[in-house]
Design a protein around this ligand. Structure first.
Ligand code: MG
Ligand code: MG
Ligand code: MG
Length: 305
C-alpha cells in the first residue's frame, strides 16, 4: 500500500493534496492511504469540517513503507526516518533538493500549490471528482496562493480553482478564502513555542541550519504585540537546536507584506538578502508573501549554496 503524505508541520496543501492524491490512486487501481506528519492547523481543521472529511492519521514511521511525497521533496521536511522508506513518487511545487538511488516518478510543476497539480491529474485522467475532494483542493490552492495574492500564483492555479469551485459549489472563493485565513490567524491561545513551530521549515544554507517559520495572518499586530515573549522563545529554540538563525515571518495578508523577527549568530546576511536593517531583531519586508519565492532564494544567494 502507498503511504501518501506532505511535509512536517502540515499546511492545508500538504493535508488536502495527500487526501486527494490517495483517493485518485485508489480510483486508478493503486491501493493508497493519506497520512500526516504533524498536528492539523486551525485553517485545515475548518476546511476538513466544511467539506466533511476526516483528518488523515499520523504516520508513526516511514521505514520500509512504500511512500509518495506530496508538497515537499527535502528530507529535512519529511518523516524523520524517510531515508529508510521506499520512495516511489514525488509530486511537488518546491525547488528540487532531492536525490535517490533508484528511478522514481518525480513530478514538479512551478504551480502555486501541489493541489493545482493533483487537480490537473484528475482532469487529465478523466477521473470524476467528488464535491468534497474538489472543495479541499480548492481550499489548498487558496491557502498556498494566499487567495491569489502571492507572487507564486500562476494562471493554472486560477484556472483549476475556477473548475474546482464549480464542482464543489463554492460561489464566492474570495469570501471562503478570507474565512480560512481568519481561522489560521486564531493564534492567541498558542504558546510562543507553538507559534515558532506553527508553519516552520528548516533550511540549510552553506551548511548553516536556519529555521524559517511563517504566520499568515489577517492582522499582524495581534501577534506582534507578543514580540518580546516570542523573541525570548526564539533564542531558546536557537540554542537548544543549534540553529544558525531562527526567522519568524509574520505575513499580513491584508497589508501584503511581512514583519520579520530574527535571532541569528550573524544578522548581516539577512540584512543583505532582504535589503533592510533589523532593529531589535525586527524588520518590515514590503510585498513579501512567499517564503519559497521571496525569502529562501535571496538567502541562498547571499549565503552561497
Ligand atoms: Mg506546504
Ligand atoms: Mg504547497
Ligand atoms: Mg504556505
Amino acid at each position: 500500500m502507498l503511504h501518501v503524505f506532505g511535509h512536517k508541520s502540515p499546511d492545508t496543501d500538504s493535508i488536502c493534496s495527500a487526501i486527494a492524491y490517495a483517493y485518485l490512486k485508489n480510483v486508478i487501481g493503486e491501493e493508497a492511504k493519506a497520512f500526516r506528519l504533524g498536528e492539523i492547523n486551525n485553517e485545515t481543521k475548518l476546511v476538513l469540517e466544511k467539506f466533511e472529511m476526516d483528518a488523515p492519521p499520523l504516520l508513526e514511521s516511514a521505514a520500509d513503507k512504500d511512500v509518495v511525497l506530496v508538497d515537499h521533496n527535502e528530507f529535512d521536511q519529511s518523516a524523520d526516518d524517510i531515508e529508510q522508506a521506499n520512495i516511489v513518487e514525488v509530486v511537488d511545487h518546491h525547488k528540487i533538493k532531492f536525490g535517490w538511488d533508484r528511478p522514481i516518478y518525480f513530478l514538479t510543476v512551478p504551480a502555486g500549490s501541489t493541489a493545482t497539480i493533483i487537480a490537473n491529474k484528475f482532469f487529465q485522467k478523466g477521473v470524476k471528482m467528488p464535491e468534497n475532494i474538489a472543495g479541499i483542493l480548492l481550499s489548498a490552492i487558496l491557502s498556498d496562493t494566499v487567495i491569489f495574492k502571492s507572487p507564486t500564483t500562476t494562471s493554472e492555479d486560477k484556472e483549476m480553482a475556477r473548475k474546482l469551485a464549480e464542482i464543489a459549489g463554492v460561489e464566492n472563493m474570495e469570501a471562503w478564502g478570507i474565512e480560512m485565513f481568519k481561522a489560521k490567524s486564531a493564534l492567541s491561545e498558542k504558546s510562543a513555542r507553538d507559534l515558532i513551530y506553527n508553519d516552520y521549515k528548516v533550511y540549510e544554507f552553506a551548511g548553516k541550519r536556519v529555521l524559517i517559520d511563517q504566520l499568515e495572518v489577517v492582522d499582524g499586530e495581534e501577534v506582534l504585540s507578543r514580540k518580546d515573549e516570542i523573541m525570548e522563545e526564539m533564542k531558546k529554540v536557537k540554542e537548544e537546536e543549534g540553529f544558525f538563525a531562527v526567522l519568524v515571518l509574520v505575513t499580513d495578508i491584508m497589508k501584503e507584506g511581512s514583519t520579520a523577527l530574527l535571532v541569528a549568530d550573524d544578522v548581516e546576511p539577512f540584512e543583505k538578502a532582504f535589503n533592510v536593517k533589523f532593529e531589535n531583531g525586527q524588520a518590515w519586508l514590503e510585498g513579501v508573501m512567499s517564503r519559497k519565492k521571496q525569502v529562501v532564494p535571496p538567502l541562498e544567494t547571499v549565503f552561497g549554496e
